[in-house]
Design a protein around this ligand. Structure first.
Ligand code: FE2
Ligand code: FE2
Length: 147
């Protein structure tokens, strides 16, 4: 029988990824309204990438004989400026890194190698997102940037 705590981490991961999809889709549409087409396209691409992460976690849940529990999604965070959006996204990506690191450690301790590898692999993607956001914040000078 699968470890219920691993199923719990996978469910939490699916909810996190779908929350990220919702946030990036919303921000993509918002920045399009601000006339910032290239940022809008980049945010839309992020949404697609997070959807692919959700897909991988759902695949793993099915392997364990489970389906997503359908927990609540996090509220969407937007902002009045690009910097505000970036700061919200940085927090969200940092949360993902924290959750997946904890999950990978737990799975490794339990000898659940494939689960550990999945969490570690997606954590690497989230670390890349985090670095990218930090670079964008640095480039923006953290100043006020309206659309
Ligand atoms: Fe993700
Ligand atoms: Fe991400």
């Amino acid at each position: 029988m699968s470890d219920p705590r691993i199923i719990g981490y996978l469910n939490r991961a699916v909810a996190h990824e779908l929350s990220a999809v919702q946030q990036y889709l919303t921000q993509a549409r918002l920045t399009a309204l601000w006339g910032m087409d290239s940022l809008s396209r980049a945010l839309r691409q992020e949404a697609d990438e997070e959807l692919a992460h959700a897909d991988r976690f759902i695949t793993r849940l099915l392997f364990h004989g489970a389906v997503p529990g359908g927990g609540p999604l996090a509220p969407v965070r937007v902002g009045r400026t690009v910097v505000e959006l970036l700061l919200h996204n940085r927090d969200m990506e940092a949360d993902a890194v924290r959750i997946y690191e904890e999950a990978a450690d737990y799975c490794r301790r339990r000898g659940a190698t494939e689960d550990a590898e999945l969490f570690a692999s997606i954590m690497q993607d989230e670390i890349a997102h985090l670095r990218d956001l930090e670079q964008q914040l640095y480039d923006s000078g953290d100043g006020d940037q309206h659309g």
